[in-house]
Design a protein around this ligand. Structure first.
Ligand SMILES: *Cc1c(COP(=O)(O)O)cnc(C)c1O
Length: 381
């Protein structure tokens, strides 16, 4: 069976893990954590980054940093992973779901403003498949209504947004545009360390407190830099930082980032080129990329003309030993949130829940041609 995902190992992971063990410092915030954080800050222009144990954790830090209180409202897409919502709900927030776009599973930026009320505290755009949301529109709304923007860039490492505004703006890394940005290095993502994440802090007002929350509510980070002569309990927090073994693994992946990305993009382009004719004939939609987005080949998906078509296509692929999978069940229809949800119907979000299927895409995938041929031979029964 060709798996849907296979985590790529560069070969240097164990080498760097030995390195971490040899330093004698295997708890968090050591040499490899700093190597990774410096890399992110220099390459993508984040003001400050902190490695976390997951993107879920980075989002938890965001909910604390923007100080979500019971009754505050948070605007986010329904077609997303649970973690986008989890941290805010734990703080007592009310979720205001935005439907997906007609041309793309990402949230429809045009529908955000109607959901803003005096209780709205934050917008959480999700860059689905590493494809940028229209960050100009979102940041304008945030300015107008004084809201925080927390980018769920879990899938979006090395993806960019280029503002169409005059003069032509330089492309900016996703996760660097909102007040805060969150990334995942779960083994299903482009760059991975099993479980891992990153908080990018772009609004400098949050930097000092983020370090404290990260270090269990203590000012230990300041202490280790020699800025204070003792450290103690100064705020709330948790143990959000990964150990050095995880950071060392991630460092091996970062060293090979360009090679990994080039290979993923080649696979993505091959899918796109080989499936175009079939897609046009069958009414299947291929991934849409807005002009302002430069995605990272995180995912190749198909949007089928009907749920039945999708079921049959997945069956057909399975018969040929190819594992293709659908994606999210809309959060507004989830067993946990549906009873609490009082907002509008979200037909586009449901449509992607019912009709979207993802194809295998990973560095070591050698069978793209076979997969495309199998798809091209599919005729709905
Ligand atoms: C993967 C993912 C997450 C969660 O990332 P973890 O590192 O597993 O916590 C959150 N949001 C989105 C959109 C994701 O794709």
């Amino acid at each position: 069976m060709i798996p849907f995902n296979k985590p790529h190992i560069t070969g240097k992971e164990v080498h760097h893990i030995y390195g971490a063990v040899a330093t004698g410092h295997i708890s968090g915030n050591g040499k490899y954590t700093k190597l990774c954080q410096n890399y992110f800050e220099e390459r993508w222009g984040f003001k400050k980054t902190l490695l976390t144990t997951s993107c879920t954790d980075a989002l938890e830090m965001c909910a604390l940093l923007v100080d979500i209180q019971p009754g505050d409202e948070v605007i986010l897409p329904s077609y997303t992973f649970v973690s986008t919502a989890l941290a805010f709900v734990r703080q007592g927030a009310v979720l205001r779901f935005v439907d997906s776009r007609k041309d793309h599973p990402g949230m429809d930026e045009e529908q955000i403003e109607a959901l803003i009320t005096p209780k709205t505290k934050a917008i959480v755009p999700v860059h689905y498949a590493g494809v940028a949301c229209d960050m100009d529109k979102i940041m304008q709304l945030a300015d107008k209504y004084n809201l925080f923007v927390i980018e769920d860039a879990a899938q979006a490492i090395d993806s960019y947004f280029k503002s169409p505004k005059e003069p032509p703006q330089k492309p900016r890394a996703l996760g660097s545009i909102g007040h805060l940005g969150c990334f995942s290095f779960h083994e299903t993502k482009n760059i991975q360390c099993g479980e891992g994440g990153l908080l990018a802090i772009n609004d400098p007002r949050f930097i000092k407190r983020a370090e404290i929350l990260w270090e269990k509510g203590t000012n230990r980070a300041e202490f280790f830099r020699g800025e204070v002569n003792k450290y103690g309990w100064v705020d709330t927090g948790s143990s959000f930082l990964p150990g050095e073994i995880t950071a060392a693994f991630l460092w091996a992946q970062l060293e090979e980032l360009d090679r990994i990305q080039n290979q993923r993009k080649a696979i993505w382009n091959q899918y796109q080129a080989s499936l175009q004719t079939w897609a046009a004939k069958t009414g299947v939609l291929l991934p849409y990329t807005p002009d302002y987005a430069t995605p990272n080949a995180h995912m190749f998906y198909l949007v089928c003309p009907s749920p039945k078509f999708r079921t049959q296509l997945i069956e057909h692929l399975k018969k040929h030993n190819i594992h293709a999978v659908f994606h999210y069940l809309s959060l507004h229809n989830s067993p946990y949130y549906k009873p609490k949800y009082t907002g509008n119907q979200l037909p586009k979000s449901d449509y992607y829940s019912d009709c979207l299927v993802r194809l295998p895409l990973y560095y070591d995938l050698a069978e793209v041609e076979d997969i495309c041929e199998t798809i091209n031979n599919f005729n709905q029964g």
